[in-house]
Design a protein around this ligand. Structure first.
Ligand code: ADP
Ligand code: MG
Length: 412
């Protein structure tokens, strides 16, 4: 009720002017929100020192839209994604150490740094931690940009469309640090790859730091120009593996601590051993449990966890594996599971095998080398080709789509 009507007016002399409907609002804001707003502003590091609330007549004196940089890099970061909140374990210690070195010595340690790993393994967290550490170093005032690959793509498109390529180049080639999240999405985007290539060269030659994250290593990104792929591999590549049990326990403890809750050891251990998914799922379960216990004033015990997380835990039991996929696909096509693994290039075998590989990637989240191994030692590029084939086929072929729906229905 109180926040909704507030509008940005302008910025002048490091003061941010906010427009509110009337005096009542203004008084209310000053009495109730002043500290919160100041606090939020400080955290966002937007270069604003004061907040002024204006209403009614005062607005007429406001100058026409002073420029205000809402894209200020710090504002894009999640304040929870820092090195302090990142739990280091065997599965991520290498990536963490590399990220830490880059944050301390941008462009001196490893360039580019290429962080990769499955969904929810902490890539974005680590990338933002690097960014926040660099920006909070007052000695070096570095120009930094943090973008997702999709943002970069849209900037390329808009710059082309509105004939603003020159300012696009200026923006990206004058940076000290460029961080791009989820770079796997440049696959197949030719023009974006070209821009990225030139941006990369300009920054690299100027000895500026570049950091990428990806859900897979460069050689597994489909439709990626060779010259970009090789550049991604020039510096250091570090992967983030699924956390082991102890790391999962530590993450649960740390996340509860951040919410000022004491999570009993046995509950943390219970959750860590039952939830096999990624850290994001683990965190989601924790949030649900803590919310439930807080809202119903229930003690946090293994019993409560069991009850609150019942559906999550049941889904975990039914976890889809490559083996279960092979079995279901073989049944569907009246083959034996072993048929899918032998060296046989007849269509009768190739097609089901491609489908099984596709499902292994999509439903079991298996990596290309892992799929290659389980299907009788296929090269990862063969696996990739098979998956792409089904992915494309699915768009045009209704029957194929039906089969895929049916199979995934059986598996879920
Ligand atoms: P990704 O980008 O790899 O998909 P994220 O960085 O978004 O994954 O991580 C998902 C969630 O898990 C985030 O909330 C993040 O804070 C948390 N997380 C992942 N790894 C860790 C870790 N080692 N320590 C603390 N939190 C982690
Ligand atoms: Mg991410």
């Amino acid at each position: 009720m109180w926040l909704k009507p507030a509008r940005y007016s302008h910025v002048q002399d490091k003061s941010l002017y906010i427009l509110v409907p009337n005096e009542t609002y203004r008084n209310w804001y000053e009495q109730n929100f002043a500290e919160l707003l100041d606090d939020a502003m400080r955290k966002l590091s937007l270069g604003v020192e004061r907040i002024e609330l204006i209403c009614g007549e005062q607005t007429k004196t406001a100058p026409k839209q002073a420029k205000f940089d809402f894209d200020a890099p710090m504002a894009q970061f999640n304040p929870r994604y820092t090195f302090e909140t990142f739990v280091v374990g065997r599965s991520n210690q290498f990536a963490h150490a590399a990220a830490d070195a880059v944050a301390r010595n941008p462009a001196k340690a490893y360039n580019p740094l290429f962080l990769y790993g499955g969904v929810g393994m902490g890539k974005t967290h680590l990338l933002q931690a690097i960014g926040q550490a660099i920006l909070s170093n007052p000695e070096k005032k570095l120009r930094l940009a943090y973008v997702t690959t999709n943002q970069f793509l849209h900037e390329v498109i808009n710059s082309l469309r509105y004939d603003r390529m020159i300012s696009f180049h200026e923006r990206y080639r004058n940076l000290d640090v460029l961080m791009v999240d989820d770079i796997q999405f440049v696959g197949g985007k030719e023009r974006t790859q070209e821009e990225l290539f030139h941006t990369f060269n300009a920054l690299y030659e100027g000895q500026k730091q570049i950091v990428f994250t990806s859900d897979r290593p460069p050689k597994e990104i489909p439709d990626l120009e060779e010259r970009l792929r090789s550049r991604f591999e020039w510096g250091l590549m570090a992967d983030l593996q699924p956390p082991d049990l102890e790391t999962k326990v530590a993450i649960l403890m740390r996340k509860s601590e951040l919410q000022s809750v004491r999570l009993p050891d046995e509950v943390a251990l219970f959750m860590a051993s039952k939830i096999h998914g990624n850290v994001r799922e683990l965190e989601g379960s924790l949030t649900r449990l803590l919310a439930y216990c807080s809202l119903t004033a229930t003690e946090i015990t293994v019993g409560t966890a069991q009850q609150v997380l019942k559906s999550t835990l049941a889904a975990q039991e039914r976890k889809i594996t490559i083996e279960s996929i092979q079995k279901v696909v073989a049944d569907e096509f009246r083959l034996r599971v072993s048929d899918l693994m032998v060296k046989n290039n007849s269509k009768k075998i190739v097609y089901p095998r491609q489908i099984a590989m596709y499902l292994s990637r999509e439903l079991a989240g298996a990596s290309l080398p892992e799929i290659g191994r389980t299907f009788g030692g296929k090269h990862h590029t063969t696996v990739l080709h098979s998956i792409e084939k089904i992915k494309e086929g699915r768009l045009a072929d209704k029957d194929l789509n039906k089969i895929l729906h049916k199979l995934s229905g059986t598996l879920q």
